[in-house]
Design a protein around this ligand. Structure first.
Ligand SMILES: NC(=O)c1ccc[n+]([C@@H]2O[C@H](COP(=O)([O-])OP(=O)(O)OC[C@H]3O[C@@H](n4cnc5c(N)ncnc54)[C@H](O)[C@@H]3O)[C@@H](O)[C@H]2O)c1
Length: 397
């Protein structure tokens, strides 16, 4: 596919590495950036045909099959509208909007125009996440009760992230969006997120927005999605997910402790991995960064969906739901209460029952717990179905 890349910064670079890596037939053909110099530098690096500092010129360039938006958050809507006017399929990075209202306008616009749209949430495509999602789907851990997703690092790499007007918020809008969508994928995207509660603070940096936040999202079936984000974390980028189910557990560590550990006394290692704070001493490089972050599988899915007239895994609708959850989290920071998640469009299941995994022991009892004790005995803790009485039996091994 011939790609029009809007933005030549960090994400534009990761996207180009993924699209043009290996023997891929996809090419960045045209690139837009704020200055012609940076657009041209990107075009030279990736052998793009054309560089421009005019968005409209970029999206209307001949032979463009799809437009990728990798611009600061406040420019997403304008870029979506320009791509719609050019009649091009649109792939937009995260977060879709700075708030749900903006995201809904973009969703409605692409659907009204009937153009293909994808929400580029790479972290639901990491090889580990895809494997874990498949295992959950196959029932390996039973019903998902609690997903904890964490993204923390010492803070973003460009000025606009730290500006409330441009970004729409701080660590939550920047990284909470990843964590929330990871949780939705494990809990079930068809299960309605009902309410959210969140603590946030500006602990370290001289900025208006939050640099640290912890939030919880309650889903209609009782499952909890927990996000933990920080721009105040030291030591690199910590990307971890935990999934707890009625029958099992999955722990995922995507960065830093991925199995590769290197010691460099000389400190001549240069770039080690995204957001790494060290280039000397013990280091945690990542072998294939675009692969480990999910970009390769993401573009394989999205561009194949586009070619085959199918839906990608993540659409603008998902981006809208994530924005609505973040809006509720932001409201909760000041109210200090659970806040309802307002979804003007809900396309999932209605009236879903609460998760229940009661296990029968016999006709009269539920099994609460069974445990092998250190002295070799075996304990059974039971609840009488009729009276509610909780009792235990201890049997010798
Ligand atoms: N994992 C991910 O999916 C991921 C990772 C990083 C960034 N992002 C998203 O990608 C988008 C861009 O982030 P980035 O890290 O590439 O940013 P960046 O600062 O590295 O690059 C921004 C690009 O936008 C261009 N630009 C055009 N107008 C601009 C303006 N008014 N102000 C600043 N830049 C302007 C710049 O020239 C540059 O090419 C954001 O929406 C961000 O949230 C996604």
């Amino acid at each position: 596919m011939q790609i029009c890349m809007l933005g030549s910064g960090l994400i534009g670079t990761f996207y180009a590495m993924s699209l043009q890596g290996y023997r891929s037939c996809d090419r960045v053909t045209v690139v837009y950036s704020r200055t012609l110099e940076s657009a041209q530098a990107f075009a030279d690096k990736w052998s793009a045909e054309f560089a421009t500092d005019d968005i409209n010129e970029a999206v209307n360039y001949s032979n463009v099959d799809a437009v990728i938006i990798g611009l600061p958050n406040h420019l997403h809507e304008q870029a979506v509208m320009a791509a719609i006017a050019a009649g091009k399929p649109i792939l937009c990075t995260k977060p879709l909007g700075r708030n749900a209202e903006e995201a809904l306008r973009m969703l409605q616009a692409v659907e009204k125009a009937g153009v293909f749209h994808a929400y580029l949430e790479d972290l639901v495509y990491t090889p580990k996440t895809l494997k874990a999602l498949e295992s959950v789907k196959d029932g390996a851990i039973g019903q998902v009760l609690w997903v904890r997703s964490r993204e923390t690092h010492p803070g973003p790499h460009s000025d606009w992230f730290w500006n409330k007007e441009c970004a729409g918020g701080g660590a939550i809008i920047d990284m909470g969006c990843h964590c929330i969508e990871i949780c939705r994928n494990f809990i079930g995207k068809d299960i309605r997120p009902v309410e959210a509660i969140c603590w946030a603070d500006t602990q370290v940096h001289p900025i208006e927005v939050e640099d640290h936040a912890i939030g919880m999202v309650r889903y209609e079936n009782g499952a909890i999605g927990q996000f933990e984000v920080s721009w105040a974390f030291r030591g690199g980028m910590d990307l971890r997910d935990e999934v707890s189910g009625t029958e099992g557990t999955i722990w995922l560590n995507h960065w830093m402790r991925t199995g590769m550990e290197m010691f460099s006394a000389g400190g001549k290692s240069g770039y080690v991995a995204e957001k790494s704070e060290a280039s000397q001493g013990w280091l945690f490089p990542v072998g294939d960064e675009p692969g480990a972050l999910g970009y390769r599988d993401m573009f394989a899915d999205v561009l194949s969906a586009l070619e085959n007239h199918m839906q990608p895994r993540e659409s603008f609708y998902d981006g809208y739901v994530v924005n609505a959850i973040m809006d509720a989290a932001y409201t909760s920071i000041s109210s200090k209460k659970w806040e309802p998640i307002e979804l003007r469009e809900w396309r999932g299941r209605e009236s879903v029952e609460k998760i229940s995994a009661h296990r029968d022991h016999d006709d009269n009892h539920w099994l609460i717990k069974e445990e092998q004790m250190p002295d070799g005995s075996r304990k059974l803790i039971l609840k009488n179905k009729a009276t509610g009485e909780v009792t235990q039996t201890v049997s010798a091994s």
